[in-house]
Design a protein around this ligand. Sequence first.
Ligand code: ADP
Length: 499
Amino acid sequence: MSETTETTYKPTSPNSKLDFASVWEYDPAPESTDHVEVKEKYELFIDGKFVKPSKGRYFSTTNPATGKKLTEFAEATQKDIDKAVKSARKAFEGEWSELAPKTRGKYLFRIARMLQERAREFAVLESMDGGKPIRESRDVDIPLVAAHFFYYAGWADKLEYAFPGKTPEPIGVCGQIIPWNFPLLMLAWKIAPALACGNTVVLKPAETTSLTAMKFAELVKDAGVPDGVINIVTGAGQTGAEIVNHKDIDKIAFTGSTRVGKIIQQSLAGTDKRYSLELGGKGAMIIFEDAPIDQAVEGIINAIFFNQGHVCCAGSRLIVQESVADKVVQKLKDRMQTLVVGDPLDKNTDVGAINSENQFNTVNKYLEIGINEGADIYQCDCELPADGYFIRPTLLTNVSQSNRVVQEEIFGPVLTIQTFRTADEAITKANNTPYGLANGVWTDKGSKIFKIGSKLRSGVVWANTYNKFDPTSPFGGYKESGVGREGGLQGLSAYVNLK
Ligand code: ADP
């Protein structure tokens, strides 16, 4: 790690009453990597073939848990994007649109089944490339990826029932740009509904997590999907911009930061391209005094620490009723001491590696900002691996609503804690950020859930749980968290023109 990653803050000691180290000690249980193949380099997937990039340039990706190079990806430039769009256009106007909708569905079902068959391989690669614990990639990401393909496969020949009284038509060629936090899942959210509706796609994964997308390209070939229906191009922001600005793309679907989302929206202003944007978040978890506290503490741990906080809808703010605040915070601290931080491939690991050096620096910068703003910091005592990018799960208390750590997306295992006395105060605090992607409410009373939920300005409100996903339910944001919805029926309407 470079010198610039050093921070000036000093983590406090947990002062815990329990000797957690002796209670929670596990022998290493690493997942085997024998069954996965990582090539030395990957080409672009255009028109059903793996082709070299026109400028012959490649960039490398590292395993964030070791800091070591994993492989290289081709850098797609304007000429390559043009080639990919042309191949998607040809497929859209040719073979793909001539297929019966039922046959389109069959391809999606086949992809879903093949993903299940190769689930272990995809899960291991996802953890190696992105740093997320194997438990997450194995039990959450990959099963949800397959579920999305199954779900949208079922819609392919039933679109007229999805939009009664209307005639749904595909939009055309879709440019899709995805981030690094759920690499294969975001690919599924984009590709499955697009294909179900008869579109063709040019997709770009994030530059730090392109491995499972390229593996998916191999699967697409094995599944016999007609050439040009799915094109996968790798590269960084410039490659993404080439997709956004290509004249023959009909729709842009983007998931990523609000900063880049705004750039994309500006580029698309005045064009007739349709677009959907899923951007940042600053989710609040409101805990009432009548909530099942132990369940809530477990939910909080899951909402912010299990995926290193690398979730746009992460519950990164805790807003807890004053009467139970001390109890909740103490239980949270005790539970944090039992978290295993380390090797993403170890099945006991709860918190894996921060996705990249860049993000590692960003999270550390926010910890410094928090301290400078007057926050008290609490971190678990856990040992961190010597190499790679790891950050201890962190609480920031003594923060106020206007603090940057409360307002801005940190995208790391960092939870700010505020208290409230009345429900109105909790709602005001939860809604007072530029974002509106997701929030959670913990209470024993169903009526309170509905009352509070209806006043929270976010696309998702979870009740007595957090970070639960399902292909049938729509996902998307208010305010600076984005435009449009993915998932469910709403996710289909993002890929059709209705007549
Ligand atoms: P994050 O902070 O989650 O990485 P970014 O918005 O930086 O989010 O990146 C999300 C995706 O957008 C990545 O695939 C990235 O390469 C791409 N990207 C970055 N800059 C641009 C841009 N100017 N135009 C289009 N895509 C971009």
